[in-house]
Design a protein around this ligand. Structure first.
Ligand SMILES: [Zn+2]
Length: 145
């Protein structure tokens, strides 16, 4: 259940605190959670670090999931909250009709059923976190003074 421990060499005390408290769930732990999936996708498409930056960000180049040419660039999104793939082939279109697609879309369209399940399980915590924040004020516990 606790994905953080898979990377315990890299965990700070603060990370562990965050992982145990949904209310302090943050952006940094979000991309951190998605990173192992990104690594799997890089492996699936033989993506290797690219010598140049793409959109000013570090990128990997590998096979494109849609056109299979080695012109798929894998990198973080502009907001750095998840990962994406962009294809340099002008004739290439992804299932979403664009020339880029988010990690979520890559997994849902091209991932194995096992990977899709892992992805859903990993993101369940995230949904819980949003659900928790959505509790109406009148239903919140009041602070003990
Ligand atoms: Zn392509």
């Amino acid at each position: 259940m606790n994905y953080m421990y898979k990377h315990s060499w890299d965990n700070t005390h603060e990370d562990l605190l965050k992982s145990s408290n949904h209310k302090t769930y943050t952006f940094s732990s979000d991309i951190y959670k998605e990173e192992p999936f990104f690594q799997k996708i890089l492996g699936m498409y033989g993506a290797k670090p690219y010598r140049r930056k793409v959109f000013n960000r570090e990128a990997h180049r590998g096979k494109c999931p849609a056109c299979n040419h080695t012109c798929g660039f894998y990198l973080t999104t502009d907001r750095q909250d998840t990962y994406m793939v962009v294809c340099a082939n002008p004739d290439c279109r992804y299932p979403n009709g664009k020339r880029s697609m988010l990690l979520h879309e890559i997994i849902m369209h091209y991932g194995s059923s096992g990977l899709i399940k892992e992805w859903r399980d990993a993101r369940y915590t995230k949904e819980l976190a949003y659900g928790w924040k959505g509790i109406r004020p009148e239903n919140r516990k009041t602070k003990k003074s």
